[in-house]
Design a protein around this ligand. Structure first.
Ligand SMILES: CC(C)(COP(=O)(O)OP(=O)(O)OC[C@H]1O[C@@H](n2cnc3c(N)ncnc32)[C@H](O)[C@@H]1OP(=O)(O)O)[C@@H](O)C(=O)NCCC(=O)NCCS
Length: 153
């Protein structure tokens, strides 16, 4: 069974394995340390019963604006609902924290992630030309309005 819980400092080594598996420019340990320690940030891990971390995600919240920085699932665990579970957990935390709007960037070629976000009601609000490197690619800027009332429970 997969359990989603708050990310702890001692999870960072395992989270970095997921990150390296998922992104061409993975985050440094320092970046994860800063995020996990930051009072503005909320990060979660998806963990198997045996303690294996198979996914993570997180955001920072400034006043009522939420920025999801990353969601990632180990490649061999993808397609089984873990990404959805992580996104739902982040949306709930964002609502509890007083978030009104969630923003995120996604590679224009990343159809899997876009499908995940569009299924939850995210809307395309803009593009950022050449935002990503390795490979160079545009970002789509997506937003989810949390005030529409669907996320209150
Ligand atoms: C994006 C990602 C987190 C999705 O995680 P996942 O556990 O595979 O997602 P789920 O199994 O929960 O699927 C959720 C939805 O995503 C979409 N999806 C997932 N894989 C897909 C694929 N290969 N093609 C198209 N849509 C896909 C579907 O809409 C799916 O919903 P459905 O099962 O009801 O059709 C995962 O693919 C990943 O880690 N990718 C690499 C890192 C990344 O790109 N992160 C996003 C950064 S913005």
């Amino acid at each position: 069974m997969i359990n989603v819980r708050k990310m702890l400092l001692e999870d960072i080594d395992k989270v970095m394995v997921v990150d390296k598996d998922s992104f061409s420019i993975p985050w440094s340990r320092e970046s994860f340390l800063l995020e996990v320690k930051s009072p503005l940030s909320s990060y979660v891990v998806a963990e198997e019963d045996d303690g294996k971390i198979v996914g993570y995600g997180g955001f920072y919240l400034i006043i009522d604006q939420v920025e999801i920085t990353n969601i990632a699932v180990l490649s061999e665990y993808r397609g089984s609902g873990i990404g959805k579970t992580i996104l739902e957990a982040l949306i709930k935390l964002a609502v509890v924290g007083g978030g009104k709007l969630i923003n995120l960037d996604v590679r224009s070629s990343n159809e899997a992630a876009q499908a995940l976000y569009f299924n939850y009601g995210f809307k395309l609000v803009g593009t950022r030309k050449g935002y990503y490197q390795k490979p160079s690619e545009d970002a789509l800027l997506l937003s989810l309005d949390l005030e529409e009332g669907r996320f209150d429970d």
